[in-house]
Every structure is written in C-alpha cells, then in structure tokens.
Design a protein around this ligand. Structure first.
Ligand SMILES: CC(C)(COP(=O)(O)OP(=O)(O)OC[C@H]1O[C@@H](n2cnc3c(N)ncnc32)[C@H](O)[C@@H]1OP(=O)(O)O)[C@@H](O)C(=O)NCCC(=O)NCCS
Length: 171
C-alpha cells in the first residue's frame, strides 16, 4: 500500500508527538499493547502471548509496508501507541483507521492529537475522501474520540459483528 503512494515512510510530527515507522526495537511496547486484556477487550484480534509473537507482528507490518505509525512523545523514542490506515482502496479514495494507546498514556489527549494529524495527512497528502472506523458499541473512549474528530455514526448493522458501530468522516 505504501509503495503506491510514497517512496519513504511518511513521518509526521505534532506539537507533542512524533509518529514514525514501526521498528523491531518496539517489540517490548508492541507486546505490552497486544497482550493487554483491557486494550484487547474491544478488539477482535489474537493477543500476543510472547515477545516472538510481537516481533512477528512487527515484521509482518514492515514487510507489507503499511501506513502503520508508532506514536511517540517527541522527547522519547519509546512507542506509546499506534495508528494505522488500512484497506486503502485502489484509487486511494477510501480507507479505514485503527488506533491504540498504552494504559499509562491514556487520558492525556495523545490520541486526539495523533489522530487529527493522521486524518489531515490522509485527506491532504494521500487524497482520501472517506475514512471509516469500526468500534465496539461499548467502547466509549473510542466513540468519544471519533466524535471529537467529527466522524459521524452511520446507522448500519455490520453483519459479521452486530456489536460494531461504523463511524465515517467524509471530505
Ligand atoms: C481509544 C483510545 C486510544 C482512547 O484513548 P484516550 O486517552 O481516551 O484518548 P485521547 O488520547 O484523545 O485522550 C482524551 C482524554 O484526555 C483528556 N486530556 C487530557 N489532556 C488533554 C489535552 N492536552 N488535550 C486533549 N485532551 C486531553 C481528555 O479530556 C480526554 O479525557 P476524557 O475521556 O476523560 O474526557 C484508548 O481508549 C485505547 O487505546 N483503547 C484500547 C484500544 C481501542 O479500543 N482502540 C480503538 C479501536 S476502534
């Protein structure tokens, strides 16, 4: 996906944050994120059970050249969360977005700041017209975040999982 639009990974910065490419040195933090029961509660994914699982995940992300950012606070290299644009349509007009933050870094506005930057990048640089996010109906932090960023709830029932709500941002 990345190859189609960019020759190098698009690093992004905000007032407090640097969004950079995921690296194998992020293995410990990726393991923390992907093995955390609270973070995984509303995410339909296989949890990481070992550091090797986390490393395989990172290798897979990097080999597929996805638009998957490690969210860091600019003063530190350490990953505190991730954001990904995925399922980019062939004509680059539509994609999905996903995000997560380590527990210690929630409640500080980090994801709102990061998401705003990535949405701006998707629209202004990639030319995406529609960004969608599926979130569990009880995932109130995620719903609040999407509404803050002006995503609108679309009233459709996701057949494969009726607990998911669809939010859409259209340009
Ligand atoms: C979804 C998720 C990223 C939201 O994290 P979050 O910390 O609530 O979101 P933000 O970083 O935008 O922080 C917002 C909070 O920080 C507070 N805040 C503190 N300082 C702030 C600042 N400088 N600017 C903005 N908000 C600030 C806000 O008031 C808000 O708190 P509130 O929810 O109590 O009102 C997080 O809950 C998570 O990782 N969940 C698990 C993974 C997941 O479910 N992902 C979604 C998949 S669809």
């Amino acid at each position: 996906m990345l190859n189609k639009a960019f020759s190098t990974f698009p690093m992004l910065t905000t007032e407090r944050l640097t969004l950079r490419q995921l690296s194998e040195s992020d293995v410990q933090e990726i393991f923390l994120l992907r093995s955390d029961k609270t973070i995984n509660k509303f995410l339909n994914r296989k949890p990481s059970e070992t550091l090797d699982d986390a490393l395989s995940f990172i290798k897979n992300i990097r080999s597929n050249e996805l638009l998957y950012w490690a969210v860091t606070q600019t003063k530190s290299e350490k990953l505190v969360g991730t954001i990904c644009l995925f399922d980019l349509s062939d004509e680059l007009s539509k994609c999905e977005i996903g995000y997560e933050l380590l527990a210690d870094h929630q409640g500080k506005g980090i994801m709102s700041e990061a998401l705003q930057k990535v949405v701006g990048f998707a629209v202004d640089t990639v030319g995406v017209k529609t960004i969608e996010a599926f979130t569990h109906k009880e995932n109130h932090s995620s719903t609040k975040l999407l509404e803050k960023l002006n995503f609108k709830r679309i009233n459709i029932v996701e057949e494969t999982n009726p607990n998911l709500l669809l939010f859409r941002l259209s340009n």
